[in-house]
Design a protein around this ligand. Structure first.
Ligand code: SF4
Length: 367
């Protein structure tokens, strides 16, 4: 009788899908992490060869004022708080100008859900950026924000997303997914969009032809079964639409949140989660080791545990740093490429849609 891990190995190598029970089994501490990692690395190699992708991007967080005040969040605040900010149009455009001048292909735009800013304000912010910097790909507004726009206006998700595409939207980021299980959401983010809404926003985006990403915030009050349940809900939607480009496991940083009493996930938990997600999400093209969340060192090691993307240069990240991330606030292209080469992989710059970027200084074209 083969051991459970040997049977999982057989299934993975034969291209068979893992069950929820098998995913949960891989989370048991006695299961050999490095054997799991080697298996995930083989899946990664089959899907992506030796390539590790990154992009040259900047983050734009227009406000930290948020209606929802999730217990998991160190970033948001109420209006009137001394650390509250709301960027002016000029500041938004200045950040776009700086990104374009630095050769960025992408602006990643997410923020708090401002109680007084309506859909038109968010749409116009995109439209102004798109008009001024048409080559910058705008990956903007999480499913939580999109759901709020639909609620505010009484319009369908399809109509809201269609209008944002008309204003320059290129893709949706994967934030706001956290952990889908309702009993966990009640503790970490009770007021924001629920799992069904998050999934419906992405389903609608995919139907409109948008590509999106999916995240999972782990390492707080959830169980391994909750993590696997989260992955399986994503896997089912991906079977249906094929619209997800990458899965991004996000390690929880409890500092400055209402959950500050919790310990951070450990390095081994981070690697195990990258590896298991690569094995369970057999229909996702990419698994990202987001260095801002994992730290640069762990992200580099994760490239041997199933990850094939490092995200990007990321200028001016605030959300994870407010929660205590000690990763640098940005990496240069040379630093990213050196990290990838040292891991024995070939660095390739990609754009938001995972197309190869050919570059001549700050000028670039899509291959
Ligand atoms: S996690 Fe997002 S929705 Fe929740 S309080 Fe923070 S900014 Fe607002």
């Amino acid at each position: 009788m083969p051991s459970r891990l040997a049977e999982i190995e057989r299934k993975v190598l034969a291209g068979e899908r893992l069950s929820a029970e098998e995913g949960e089994y891989l989370y048991q501490p006695q299961v050999d992490l490095h054997a799991t990692g080697r298996l995930a690395d083989e899946v990664r190699r089959r899907k992506n060869g030796d390539i590790v992708s990154y992009n040259i991007n900047a983050h734009l967080n227009p406000t930290n004022i948020c209606l929802y005040r999730c217990p998991l969040c160190a970033y948001s605040c109420d209006p009137g708080d001394p650390k509250a900010f709301l960027m002016t149009d000029q500041e938004v455009l200045a950040l776009g100008r700086e990104a374009a001048a630095n050769g960025c292909t992408e602006l990643h735009i997410v923020g708090g859900v401002h109680p007084e800013k309506n859909f038109a304000w968010h749409r116009d912010l995109l439209a102004r950026l798109h008009e001024a910097f048409p080559r910058l790909m705008l990956k903007a507004w999480t499913a939580v924000e999109i759901a709020r726009f639909a609620h505010q206006t009484g319009r369908s998700l399809e109509s809201i997303l269609g209008e944002l595409v008309g204003a320059g939207l290129c893709s949706l980021p994967g934030g706001g997914a956290e952990i889908f299980a309702p009993e966990v959401r009640r503790l970490i983010c009770p007021a924001k969009a629920d799992a069904a809404t998050w999934l419906e926003v992405h389903r609608t985006a995919h139907r409109l032809g948008l590509k999106t990403t999916a995240t999972m915030l782990y390492g707080h009050v959830e169980t391994p079964a909750d993590r696997i349940d989260h992955m399986l809900r994503l896997r089912r939607l991906q079977d249906e639409t094929g619209g997800f480009q990458a899965f991004i496991p996000l390690a929880f940083h409890p500092e400055n949140t209402e959950l500050a009493h919790l310990a951070r996930p450990t390095g081994l938990d981070n690697l195990r989660t990258v590896a298991i997600s690569r094995l369970v999400l057999d229909n996702f093209p990419h698994v990202k080791a987001y260095w801002i969340s994992l730290g640069v060192g762990t992200a580099q090691i994760a490239l041997g545990y199933g990850a094939d993307d490092l995200d990007g240069t990321v200028r001016q990240e605030r959300i994870h740093h407010d929660a205590g991330s000690t990763a640098p606030e940005s990496l240069t292209v040379s630093e990213l490429e050196a990290i990838i080469r040292e891991a024995g992989r070939t660095p390739v710059e990609r754009d938001t849609l995972y197309r190869r970027v050919k570059r001549n200084g700050i000028d670039w074209t899509i291959e």
